[in-house]
Design a binder for this molecule. Structure first.
Ligand code: ADP
Ligand code: MG
Length: 245
């Protein structure tokens, strides 16, 4: 194991009843590293990143996040969840709360930050994702791209060390994809440790240190974006790239 790593998965396997969804997945992510995960639908991408913040539990192998091993210990899971922000395909904003309230909720109720301070932090991140003017609106009043940028700001308000993205642009109309990718690129430039499940190859080429290709619950290939896209080693990776490029 590598104590300096931001995230380490070593020989991780997981089953949904008798269906094996992850098989012997090993991946070490250095601090500040940006990883793009791609692969066909059903290959286990979401399950892998959901195991990293314990939305799913692995059954064998080890997962260590920021020095803490994920076990059944609830205290440790809370510690890890504070360090790891997650952004989903379907935004998952609370519809009955304003944008600002969405961003203040976890800092106030999970971290116990005073409301005034939480509001100040939230406004700073809404400024960063360039939507401070929508702070008092409800999610339904915003476009999909704006809602996704709120979801990113909301995650950042917890000041995570690691950000996980699960197909953050897949539910967006094409004209809104760029504004979300630009937000993610800015975060990458600031040195955030990121794992992004995405098929946005422009983003991968620009931001990723490594691309991980999954198929059938395994990591089949792992390489720099230039090597992966220009010289995929495995037939399954070539086939996949042939379909999406
Ligand atoms: P991906 O994100 O690459 O599309 P997933 O990790 O979502 O893949 O799913 C991998 C496989 O595990 C799929 O066959 C999916 O149907 C199955 N799966 C995902 N979640 C569950 C679950 N909660 N229960 C049973 N099977 C699941
Ligand atoms: Mg998925």
């Amino acid at each position: 194991m590598n104590p300096g790593a931001a995230i380490e998965l070593a020989g991780v396997s997981k089953w949904f009843s008798n269906f094996q969804v992850l098989t012997d997945v090993s991946l070490t992510v250095a601090r500040g590293e940006r990883i793009v995960v791609c692969g066909p639908s059903g290959s286990g991408k979401s399950t892998m990143i959901r195991c990293i913040n314990r939305l799913e539990q692995h059954q064998s192998g080890r997962i260590i996040v920021d020095g803490t091993e994920l076990t059944g210990d609830i205290g440790r899971i809370d510690t890890v969840r504070r360090e790891v922000g997650m952004v989903f395909q379907q935004f998952n904003l609370f519809p009955h709360l304003t944008v600002l309230e969405n961003c203040m909720l976890a800092p106030v109720f999970v971290k116990g930050i005073p409301r005034g301070e939480a509001e100040h932090i939230a406004m700073q991140y809404l400024l960063r994702v360039r939507i401070p003017e929508h702070a008092h609106k409800y999610p339904r009043e915003l476009s999909g791209g704006q809602q996704q940028r709120v979801a990113i700001a909301r995650a950042l308000c917890m000041m995570p060390k690691i950000m996980l993205f699960d197909e953050p642009t897949s539910a967006l109309d094409p004209e809104m994809v760029k504004e979300v990718l630009d937000t993610m690129l800015a975060l990458a430039d600031e040195g955030m440790t990121m794992i992004c499940v995405t098929h946005e190859m422009g983003f991968a080429r620009q931001a990723a240190d490594r691309v991980v290709f999954m198929d059938g619950g395994r990591i089949v290939e792992m390489n720099t974006p230039a090597e992966f896209f220009d010289h995929p080693q495995h037939e399954r990776a070539r086939h996949f790239l042939g379909q999406i490029l």
